[in-house]
Design a protein around this ligand. Structure first.
Ligand code: CA
Length: 403
């Protein structure tokens, strides 16, 4: 695209709108404004133009603002609760200290636009300037009710502390990297952290670039409230009917729910079976000394577990580790009397077992020593004695609902 051609024909730039759907109502709650240019032959995206740093900032701002004006003019056709998402690059917005943007918004406010419908999607990827200055500006915007979204989150975990600092209203997570079910574990882990963080700071998660059904399912399962992408609706110069996907999304949602319920059902069935098994075992071997009991238990759990040990209710280990290696169980004395109370959920789970007098199956997590994905089954053996059984990945893999 020739930048000079665009500048000379600025009347030919115009907005496209991509709908954003919500999980709670299954309808359109907003539109992201995208820049387009109509040349002699076709309509092309202005994305490359806005990202081209060889084009002077003032030109890019001018084009950006032309798109925005037209978008806001057109948006008076929308119902009054529909949000308008506006892309702004941190560098560009700081170029004029955000003044032109605010001037345009004020101009439309006078015509009846309420500013709490505006969401600024800020991209900081190439930002070289002072973050404090940027935050100052964004906080100033907030005082007018304007919402802030952090754009293009996904594969980069370094953004986490930035998100904490900015505390935006919305986090936009890009699912482009999630193209197959075999995507790297690290991507899942980063998304999990983002999802936890968004919950803590009260930000809404928006998943974008949803192009396949499993990505929608992924978004739903990971706390996504807003969805956007070709799988749902292509960008267009017109606004779509808000309820265009109501039926489809409701059906998909029900599929996801029943899949998840089945998974949970197998999880609880497994937990019940394991509890039953432990009850019988402990009933039979309760008079044996602790080490013998543990070795006997290990023997019966070959091919299921790979590590067993006993702790008291304060997390001090009361037995060696019984560890499976090279086709036999060995004892690792060096673990005796270590303390595990610092581990996430440790005391909470001890208290649960103590009150319910039942064992607990943990979530899926990576074992620090073996690097494998595992679950731990913990069980109250007797007063102040809890056994921890680390279940191997190969066993979990072969049982439905445990991975
Ligand atoms: Ca965007």
């Amino acid at each position: 695209m020739d930048p000079l051609e665009v500048m000379a024909n600025i009347k030919n730039v115009f907005p496209f709108f991509q709908p954003i759907f919500s999980a709670d109502e299954h309808r359109i709650i907003g539109y992201e404004v995208l820049g387009r240019y109509r040349n002699e032959h076709e309509v092309v995206s202005l994305g490359p133009f806005f990202q081209d740093e060889t084009i002077p900032e003032e030109y890019r701002l001018e084009v950006d603002n032309e798109v925005l004006r037209k978008a806001l003019e057109q948006s008076n056709l929308l119902e009054e609760d529909v949000l308008i998402f506006i892309n702004r690059d941190a560098d560009l917005i700081m170029y004029d200290h955000g003044e032109q943007l605010l001037d345009i918004l004020f101009e439309f406010q006078e015509k009846g636009l309420t500013l709490n419908r505006i969401v600024i999607e800020i991209t900081e990827k190439n930002y070289q300037g002072d973050l404090d200055h940027l935050d100052h500006l964004l906080n100033y915007y907030r005082t007018y009710g304007i919402k802030i979204a952090v754009d293009k989150l996904g594969t980069d975990s370094t953004q986490l502390d930035r998100i904490g600092q900015l505390a935006p209203h919305i986090l936009k997570v890009d699912l482009k990297a999630l193209r197959s079910n075999t995507v790297q574990q690290s991507f899942h882990d980063i998304l999990y952290s983002i999802s936890m963080l968004s919950r803590k700071i009260g930000a809404t998660l928006l998943f974008e670039n949803i192009e396949m059904e499993f990505q929608l399912q992924f978004a739903w399962r990971n706390g996504g409230r807003y969805y956007q992408g070709f799988y749902l609706q292509q960008p267009s110069s017109e606004f779509a009917n808000r309820d265009i996907l109501k039926e489809k999304l409701r059906q998909k949602c029900q599929q996801f729910i029943s899949y998840e319920k089945k998974k949970l059902e197998s999880f609880y069935q497994f937990t019940d079976k394991f509890n039953h098994r432990m009850q019988q075992f402990v009933g039979k071997y309760k008079n044996q000394d602790q080490n013998e009991l543990l070795l006997e238990m290990a023997d019966r759990l070959t091919n299921i577990a790979f590590r067993l040990y006993i702790c008291d209710e304060e997390g001090f280990q009361q037995s060696p580790n019984i560890f499976y290696q090279d086709d036999h169980w060995l004892q690792q004395q060096e673990y005796l009397y270590k303390n595990w109370s610092w581990r996430p959920y440790f005391l909470e789970n001890i208290m649960k077992m103590k009150r319910m007098k039942k064992g607990i199956l943990s979530d899926l997590y990576t074992d620090i020593e073996t690097g494998e994905m595992i679950r731990t089954f913990s069980y109250p053996l007797k007063e102040n004695e809890y056994v921890f059984i680390d279940i191997s990945y190969s066993f979990l893999y072969e049982h439905e609902g445990l991975i």
